[in-house]
Design a protein. Structure first.
Length: 324
């Protein structure tokens, strides 16, 4: 089983974005020291849910601060950037890290980002497959050209070149089918439980333990399961409430906003939140039910740098040995 951390860099009330980003690098360094396999960094724009708009930039800094741990993006949003430019950045990180970097990509959402970056709603609604195929071509190690709806250009060499296999964030059946057709592993979100994860793995058509799929979750270790759940329920809504409200549709379409308290209740029920034994048991049970054996865990739920460091170290010392 592979266990990593999931870095969202969420902005809790009273915090400064720059300080949160600096802290996030320290969490990755601590995760390496605690024995985690990898660290995956999220991308968000114009909202307090996450203050890292460029996970490849943060990954580059973390690569220079570490020697062993894998780094990945969870995820880089394809709908708001050029796939070849992203491939170039991924190739750089691959070479600079000695092969420790994995690119995770996703469709994103119908958010105002599409307007700000000039890619438009069409790239989100119709363009993901074309963007993904162009990215794969640019990560094949050879030259690349395009003659599609959204991209048209003459053949060029990708320098530096690299052969990389991205991971694809999957939240819909259409994206699952696309990832399966391309033979790319899925990254499943922390908003769904074991039953839904197992259904997506089944729809993908490959046993999870052979498909390299990854599942995101929340983790928090305390002396008792009740204590862990109580502490997260007291702290996480102050971040999730304004954070989730920060998603602004580009076309004014209505959107349902999650109730932050109810969402935290769900997260504490379905993820490794509790005593060390409870956390290990939860991960082992999810692996058995879904076939997934790679988990990336959000550790920053208490919203305080030192508490996050303590959580990372405690999970490393008390939970990881129960899984290996």
């Amino acid at each position: 089983m592979r266990i990593g951390i999931f870095v969202v860099a969420g902005l809790f009330p009273g915090q400064e974005p720059g300080r949160v980003l600096a802290d996030a690098v320290e969490w990755i360094v601590a995760a390496e020291e605690a024995g985690f396999d990898d660290a995956w960094i999220a991308e968000h724009h114009f909202m307090p849910y996450g203050v890292c708009p460029s996970p490849v930039t943060l990954a580059a800094l973390a690569i220079g601060r570490t020697t062993r741990i894998g780094l990945g993006t969870a995820v880089s949003v394809l709908s708001t950037q050029h796939p070849v430019a992203l491939a170039e950045q991924a190739a750089m990180l691959h070479h600079l890290s000695g092969g420790r970097f994995t690119l995770g990509v996703g469709r994103g959402g119908p958010w105002v980002d599409l307007e700000v970056f000039g890619t438009g709603l069409g790239r989100y609604e119709r363009g993901f497959a074309e963007s993904l195929d162009l990215l794969l071509a640019a990560l094949s190690g050879g030259p690349v050209a395009a003659d599609g709806e959204f991209f048209r250009f003459r053949e060029v060499a990708v320098v530096p070149g690299a052969r990389l296999r991205p991971v694809v964030a999957c939240t819909s059946e259409a994206t699952v089918a696309l990832a399966a057709a391309r033979g790319l592993p899925m990254l499943l979100g922390m908003h769904i439980g074991d039953e839904d994860k197992a259904a997506l793995v089944k729809r993908y058509g490959t046993a999870g333990r052979h498909g390299g799929h990854i599942a995101a979750g929340v983790a928090y270790v305390a002396d008792s399961t009740a204590e862990a759940a109580r502490e997260l329920r007291a702290r996480m809504p102050s971040w999730l409430g304004p954070g989730l409200a920060g998603y602004v549709p580009v076309d004014g379409r209505p959107r349902a906003v999650r109730d932050a308290g109810a969402y935290v209740d769900l997260l504490t029920r379905i993820h490794p939140v509790g005593s060390a034994a409870h956390c290990a048991g939860t991960l082992l049970r999810t692996a058995e039910r879904t076939g997934i054996e790679h988990f990336i865990l959000l550790m920053e739920g208490m919203g305080e740098h030192e508490r996050t460091l303590e959580n990372i170290r405690r999970l490393g010392a008390e939970v990881l040995p129960l899984l290996r």
